[in-house]
Design a protein around this ligand. Structure first.
Ligand SMILES: [Zn+2]
Length: 273
């Protein structure tokens, strides 16, 4: 019984290990198909690495191009700013103007309505009536009128306590400063240290230079430099309304500066021509 069971088991196991002929033949084929499969696997892996490398390379090239493009755009912008600066404030300085910091207001109906100037016939001198405030503070006050909407007022230029000049509005557009003369008058607001409204030396010098240079630019004389007072009778610029002799002196200083500017500009033209 025992023996018989073992025989039976042996038989069963021999049955299990014995391969039919067709199976044995196919085992040779299976060896070669295994190596083909391995080759395919290697091929697939290599392909995968290749594709990954390709993608990485593309990404790298793309990123490099983007970085280069950004750098080019920045260079271009800086170059444009430099050209603008050289054709604007730096050129104007060579023509006799003080350095003009161009900080144009955002167009808005309360301070920069973008109404074209008819023609330039006058330069009007004003005072801010706000002792101690600087040029940028006044410029920002005009800028903020677009949100506060408290009044309509502005100026083409503001001259600060250190003689700094900020331009708020292009000279081809009107400002809200000189009432009925807004249509043909460029306005200059002046900062002042105290209630007298007198300009300090730095402010005075810049204003004389700015007014004179504007006269040469628009073909005006010192007699076309006026006070706000001459248009409306308002006490502006206060000190130069209360002291007519100081006003006469300022006009005389502007006259002399106009001559100097024309001489400068002629020399500039000869040297460049
Ligand atoms: Zn005024």
């Amino acid at each position: 019984m025992k023996e018989s069971k073992r025989t039976h088991t042996n038989k069963k196991s021999s049955n299990k290990t014995a391969r039919p002929a067709h199976m044995r033949r196919s085992s040779a084929v299976s060896g070669s198909s295994r190596s083909t499969a391995r080759r395919k696997r290697v091929l697939r892996r290599n392909l995968g690495i290749g594709i990954t490398c390709g993608i990485l390379l593309c990404l790298l090239v793309f990123m490099g191009k983007t970085v280069l493009q950004r750098a080019n755009e920045r260079d271009e912008r800086e170059l444009q700013e430099l050209v603008q600066e050289e054709n604007g404030p730096l050129l104007w300085q060579k023509q006799g103007a003080p350095y003009i910091d161009v900080q144009l207001l955002t167009p808005n109906e309360y301070s920069r309505p973008q109404i074209p100037m008819e023609s330039v016939q006058y330069i009007a001198i004003h005072y801010t009536a706000n002792p101690g405030a600087g040029a940028m503070a006044n410029r920002n006050y005009f800028e903020n009128l677009s949100t506060t909407r408290e009044t309509k007022v502005s100026s083409h230029f503001v001259v600060g306590l250190e003689g700094e000049v900020v331009q708020c509005i292009p000279t081809a557009e009107i400002s809200y400063a000189t009432n009925e003369r807004n249509v043909d008058t460029i306005s200059i607001e002046n900062c002042h240290p105290d209630e007298t409204g007198a300009f300090n030396d730095a402010t005075y010098d810049s204003t004389v230079k700015l007014a004179a240079w504007l006269c040469t630019r628009f073909g005006l004389t010192q007699d076309q430099v006026i006070r706000h007072y001459d248009v409306t009778g308002k006490s502006c610029p206060k000190y130069y309304v209360e002291h007519p002799e100081a006003w006469e002196q300022m006009k005389e200083d502007i006259r002399i500066q106009i001559q100097e500017d024309y001489a400068l500009q002629e020399k500039l033209q000869n040297s460049s021509g």
